[in-house]
Design a protein around this ligand. Structure first.
Ligand SMILES: Nc1ncnc2c1ncn2[C@@H]1O[C@H](COP(=O)(O)OP(=O)(O)OP(=O)(O)O)[C@@H](O)[C@H]1O
Length: 250
């Protein structure tokens, strides 16, 4: 792929002062993510993966180094986090380990809420939410509340919510950790599909070695550093995932 990176992190460090000691959570890390790429951040517990995602998501500024979003340097040691809020809201979607859906809203209403917060009129927001859920294989679940959905379905609603504003960058922190292996695989296939179909740059932090084949690129972290970078083969999926397939109705 030759497109310019959506996200580029250059020589980034993040140090936390904890009592008398300084924790080097990240130490001179560089990564980049291009449109349509599914990128994995791997590594043992404590290796700096989540801290990397905080920098990428403009939720923390680096102690040293820079974060470029869509070709512009937006985050650096003196950058003000409150000024990054709007960029974050417009350009970055987040998915976490737990779906964290609002229990008294339906699946469609949960997704629509993300749009209404962005001043999209309620009716248009709901229509878009339903269309997005249908695309992600959840057309039969739009009117269900979260308690009626499986863990995998809830996570797919959370992914739809993160995609509602069509962000160019989607960041996911251990999104399959709470799922069994089959449902975890489906969620990873969905990320793969989103990267291919929408050109979204998707970054997934994971401990899970079972979906390594889906990544275009992986960065392996250890002690706050990138110790290995691997590139995959960029093969497109054989068929769109939102065509009827039995595994999408789990
Ligand atoms: N706010 C903080 N204050 C002090 N130390 C921190 C802070 N955040 C992270 N750390 C430390 O930085 C290191 C990297 O943490 P980080 O959460 O990025 O690792 P991780 O690879 O995501 O781990 P896990 O897989 O367990 O979530 C750890 O030693 C952690 O204890």
């Amino acid at each position: 792929m030759t497109a310019d990176p959506i996200l580029r992190i250059t020589n980034a460090s993040k140090h936390f002062v904890s009592g008398d000691t300084v924790v080097r959570a990240l130490d001179g890390v560089s990564i980049e993510v291009r449109p349509g790429e599914l990128v994995g951040i791997l590594g043992a517990s404590g290796s700096g993966k989540s801290t990397m995602l905080l920098l990428a998501g403009l939720l923390e500024v680096p102690t040293a180094g820079t974060v470029d979003l869509l070709g512009t340097t937006v985050s650096y040691p003196d950058a003000r986090l409150d000024r990054l809020r709007d960029l974050r809201r417009r350009h970055i979607g987040f998915v976490f380990q737990k779906a964290n859906l609002i229990p008294f809203l339906t699946a469609a209403e949960n997704v629509a809420l993300a749009l209404e917060i962005d001043d999209v009129p309620a009716r248009a927001a709901l229509n878009h939410a339903v269309a997005l859920l249908e695309e992600l294989g959840l057309g039969h679940r739009v009117d269900n509340r979260p308690a009626r959905l499986s863990g995998g379905e809830q996570q797919r609603v959370a992914i739809a919510r993160a995609l509602a504003n069509a962000p160019p960058l989607l960041l996911a922190d251990e999104p399959t950790a709470a799922l069994d292996s089959v449902r975890g695989r489906h969620v990873m296939e969905l990320f793969h599909h989103i990267s291919r179909s929408a050109g979204t740059a998707v970054v997934v932090v994971t401990h899970d070695p079972r979906s390594l084949d889906l990544f275009d690129r992986t960065y392996e972290f250890s002690d706050g550093k990138v110790i290995a970078e691997h590139r995959g083969n960029h093969t497109a999926p054989a068929m769109p995932l939102w065509e009827p397939r039995p595994h999408l109705t789990d």
